[in-house]
Ligand binder design. Structure first.
Ligand code: NAD
Length: 484
């Protein structure tokens, strides 16, 4: 007999309690074996002065069950509150966000009738690390961090997901034509890991054309794997064009747990009316049942749901007089799904059929890359310098320093301005000065860099940041300025 799977449930805010109640009822009637612990999150908790929106006791439950079914919450207006989703994601190390985007043509209106794609988004790094600084009067900085281990973990997960779900193709989306090192790493890890999955078709797209294709021709995609920011954007495009924003569920998978939720918010405009569509949360619950090893129950619910949609029983958000047979409220829709448990759809593909059978996903085990021989060849020193004189004056001041390092170039936000300039009229207050060893190819020491910074400071210049210039196993570990 299946042991009940421990699950932490939060009813959330707005329509959350309405859709969670019926979702759990459907799960129960379908025979799901769950040991549910309920926690409070969201508005009420924020109003008690807890900035994270989640109490300590709730963490105890999550660390026990490692499985979280979460209804949407209302994010309070005003400052001082932290995003609950980001907190949970970070605390449970949820590295992968999985969002299946399917259109249900002809029963749900969509411009993309044959769409059936899954977006696997990296969830922990990229520009979302939140490392931002104001450096000058004019310039803010946000650091984009991409690791080999983070890339490999998500890419391996995407290939494992594709294999377990009988998918045929995995597309990598990046912008490695511009970000040659960070996105270049992501793309190269995709090529390396992809070679271990010969049965799967693989391709790569630059994010701009990739996003355009997702909007205009999503049927060409199967599984898509991408970094955090691109994934955030394209998963909303995909959900929107599928016509089913209210129907989409998503999972967040980590080494220490998993979280499942609808992609929509708490819909305060219709809260309390009993008319919300519970399908997004129900789909999230279906993903959860697969995760806890109750795939047969997941398929049973999914099939009953598909049959309900085919039978034209639709909530107001997807109701279409031309095709719908009955406008159902939340409870009526759930009752219709329960009535159809055990039935299969006639138009849509049956979930759990031979070609949709899901297998367990092997969680990737990733270790740090082997250490390279790392040599230091120079330093980029970023200066806050604001002067009516041209940049030649800055170069002259730096060259008058007694440093043993050679000033090789100056650029302004990546655009070369000295010794040659591709931006003659460049006026700004943020300058990167690149220093290399006096003899080309020689290495430099930390002591030389410290002395350089001392000299720069003594001469009245304001350095705001440095980046060391390394070679790894003889390969350059930094880019050159545009125009260099
Ligand atoms: P929303 O998704 O709540 O609502 C957008 C529109 O879609 C509204 O017209 C709403 O009535 C409708 N809608 C959404 N879900 C529906 C459903 N299941 N059935 C029928 N109609 C539905 O987005 P919003 O209005 O921008 O945000 C409302 C609140 O939700 C905000 O406080 C926001 O911060 C929060 N939010 C939470 C989450 C989350 O908890 N994961 C995600 C997004 C937004």
């Amino acid at each position: 007999m299946t042991q009940p799977a421990p699950v932490t449930v939060a009813y959330g805010d707005g329509i959350g309690p309405e859709i969670m109640t019926v979702t759990l009822d459907i799960l129960d009637k379908a025979g799901a074996k769950l040991a549910i612990e309920t926690i409070e999150i969201g508005e009420k908790v924020y109003k008690h002065g807890i900035a994270s929106g989640i109490e300590d006791s709730a963490w105890e439950s999550l660390s026990r069950t490692k499985c979280f079914l979460k209804a949407p919450i209302t994010t309070p207006q005003g400052g001082g509150f932290k995003s609950l989703n980001v907190t949970v994601r970070k605390s449970m190390a949820l590295f992968a966000n999985i969002r299946p985007c399917v259109s249900y043509h002809p029963f749900v209106r969509t411009t993309q009738p044959t769409m059936d794609m899954v977006i696997v988004r990296e969830n922990e790094e990229d520009l979302y690390a939140g490392i931002e600084h104001r450096q000058t009067d004019n310039v803010m900085q946000c650091l984009k961090l991409i690791s080999e281990t983070g890339s490999e973990r998500i890419i391996r997960y995407a290939f494992e997901y594709a294999r377990a779900h009988g998918r045929k193709k995995v597309t990598c989306i990046s912008k490695d034509n511009i970000m040659k090192m960070t996105d270049g790493l992501f793309h190269s890890v995709f090529d390396r890991v992809g070679a271990e999955y010969p049965e799967l078709e693989k391709n790569h797209m630059i994010v701009d054309i990739g996003a355009a294709k997702i909007a205009a021709a999503p049927h060409i995609f199967d599984v898509v794997v991408t970094e955090n920011l691109y994934g955030d954007i394209i998963s909303d495009i995909a959900a929107e064009v599928s016509g089913s924003v209210g129907l989409c569920g998503s999972s967040n998978i980590g080494q220490h747990g998993a979280m499942f939720e609808a992609i929509h918010g708490s819909a305060p405009d219709i809260a309390g009316q009993g008319i919300a569509n519970p399908s997004g949360l129900l789909h999230a619950a279906v993903l959860m049942l697969h995760h806890v090893g109750q795939g047969d129950i997941a398929d049973k619910i999914h099939n009953a749901w598909l049959k309900t949609i085919e039978d034209g029983i639709h909530t107001g958000d997807v109701f279409n007089p031309q095709i719908s047979k009955r406008r159902a409220n939340t409870a009526e829709f759930a009752a219709a799904v329960i009535e159809r448990l055990g039935q299969t759809p006639s138009h849509f593909k049956t979930a759990g059929g031979a070609d949709t059978k899901q297998h367990t996903i092997r969680m990737p085990v990733i270790s740090l890359p082997k250490p390279a021989v790392k040599t230091l060849h120079g330093v980029d020193v970023f200066l806050h310098w604001r002067d009516e004189r041209a940049v030649e004056a800055l170069a002259a001041q730096i060259k008058s320093l007694s440093t043993s390092l050679k000033l090789s170039s100056i650029d302004s936000r990546g655009l070369l301005v000295w010794p040659e300039s591709v931006a003659k009229s460049e006026k700004g207050d943020h300058w990167r000065c690149r220093f290399l060893a006096a003899n080309d190819g020689d290495t430099v020491t930390h002591a030389q860099i410290v002395q350089l910074l001392h000299d720069i400071s003594e001469s009245g210049l304001d350095f705001i940041k440095i980046e060391n210039l390394y070679y790894f196993d003889g390969k350059r570990g930094f880019t050159v300025a545009q125009g260099q």
